[in-house]
Write a protein that binds this ligand. Structure first.
Ligand SMILES: Cc1ncc(C[n+]2csc(CCOP(=O)(O)OP(=O)(O)O)c2C)c(N)n1
Length: 301
C-alpha cells in the first residue's frame, strides 16, 4: 500500500461505485469511499444498522469488497468473530473494519465495542459520527453536541438550547481501554484521515477512529456544503484532529488561531435557535479544551 502524503498519492481505484440510496452530500458515504481507498481490496466491512445499511439493496450492491450488515448492538462482537475466523483459516493481511454510526457506537453497540477492545482483537473501528441517530429521523444520541436541535431535543420550554447535554467523552473512554491507537478525523480533511487509516492498518490490536461526518438533512445545510462545514468544525476547534498512539497524544492538525465557533454554527439549521450568550458558552468550552490539547493534556480536555 503506497503511503499517501498528498491528494496526488490517493489511489484511483474505487471499491464503492457511484449511485446509492444515500442522501446527496452525505459525509458518511464519503468517509466510506476514503476508507476503502486507504485500505484497499483486502478489507471486510462490518456495518451496524444505520444510514449506510441502505447502500446495498439486495440483489444490488455498490461495494466491491465483502460487506456484512449486523444488528446495531453488535458491530464489535462480529468484528471479533471475523478476526478469530481469519486466524483459524491462517489468513493474514485482511483489514477488518467496523463502520458504524454514533448511535451504534456511543449508545446501542457500546457494550460490544468495549468487549472487543478489551479482547484485543485486530480490527479497525470507524465511528462515522453524524452526531445523531440519523437513519431513524435524527434523534439525539450521546454524541449530539450541546445546543443542537434534534427531533428529540427541540428547543422549547424544557430547554431553550435544544440538546442540554454535553457529548459523552467517548474518545477518552475508548483510550482508557489501553488500546494501541485512537484518533479523531474528519471527512473534510481526507489526507489526514487516510494517513490515520494506513497507520492503523499496520498496528496490531484494536484501533478506533472517530470520524466527523456532516449530515446534510440532520444538520441542515446545503448539499454542496459538506466539505466546508466539515472544515469549519476543525478550524473552529469544534472537532480537533488528533491521535493517541500507544498512549502518546499528538495533535495532527493545528489551525493556529481558531476561527470563532459561530462561523461553524451559523452554517446549520440545527443551531439557528441559539442566542449570543449560548454561543459564548460553547466558545468558552472549546477554548478551554483547546488550551489543554495544545499542552498535550488530552485527559483533562
Ligand atoms: C436494538 C435496535 N434499536 C433500534 C434500532 C432502529 N435503528 C435502526 S438504524 C438506527 C439509527 C442508527 O443511528 P446511528 O448509529 O447514529 O447511524 P446513522 O443512522 O446516523 O447512520 C436505529 C435507532 C435497531 N435497528 N435496533
Amino acid at each position: 500500500m503506497k503511503e499517501v502524503k498528498t491528494l496526488k498519492d490517493v489511489p484511483e481505484e474505487k471499491f464503492i461505485v457511484g449511485g446509492s440510496a444515500a442522501c446527496q452530500g452525505c459525509g458518511a458515504v464519503l468517509g466510506l469511499k476514503l476508507t476503502l481507498k486507504a485500505l484497499g481490496k483486502k478489507t471486510i466491512i462490518v456495518n451496524s444498522s444505520g444510514c449506510m445499511t441502505l447502500l446495498p439493496v439486495y440483489p444490488y450492491t455498490p461495494f466491491k469488497v465483502p460487506w456484512i450488515h449486523v444488528a446495531i448492538e453488535n458491530g464489535g462482537a462480529v468484528a471479533s468473530g471475523i478476526c478469530r475466523a481469519l486466524k483459524m483459516k491462517g489468513r493474514t493481511g485482511v483489514n477488518v473494519v467496523v463502520y458504524a454510526g454514533d448511535g451504534a457506537t456511543y449508545d446501542i453497540g457500546f457494550q460490544a465495542l468495549s468487549g472487543a477492545l478489551e479482547r484485543g482483537d485486530n480490527f479497525i473501528y470507524v465511528c462515522y459520527n453524524n452526531e445523531s441517530f440519523g437513519n431513524t429521523g435524527v434523534q439525539r444520541s450521546s454524541a449530539t453536541p450541546y445546543g443542537a436541535y434534534t427531533t428529540t431535543t427541540p428547543p422549547g420550554k424544557n430547554s431553550h438550547v435544544g440538546n442540554p447535554k454535553q457529548r459523552k467523552p467517548l474518545n477518552k473512554i475508548v483510550a482508557a481501554h489501553g488500546i494501541p491507537y485512537v484518533a479523531t478525523a474528519s471527512v473534510a480533511y481526507p489526507i489526514d484521515y487516510i494517513r490515520k487509516l494506513q497507520k492503523a492498518s499496520k498496528i496490531k490490536g484494536p484501533k478506533f477512529i472517530n470520524l466527523l461526518s456532516p449530515c446534510q438533512p440532520g444538520w441542515g445545510f446545503d448539499t454542496y456544503n459538506t466539505i466546508d462545514v466539515g472544515k469549519l468544525a476543525v478550524d473552529t476547534g469544534f472537532w480537533p484532529l488528533y491521535e493517541i498512539e500507544n498512549g502518546k497524544f499528538r495533535l495532527t492538525m493545528n489551525p493556529g488561531k481558531l476561527k470563532p465557533v459561530e462561523e461553524f454554527l451559523k452554517t446549520q439549521v440545527r443551531f439557528k435557535h441559539l442566542q449570543k450568550k449560548d454561543i459564548m458558552l460553547i466558545e468558552q468550552d472549546i477554548k478551554n479544551k483547546w488550551r489543554k490539547l495544545l499542552k498535550g493534556n488530552f485527559w483533562e480536555s
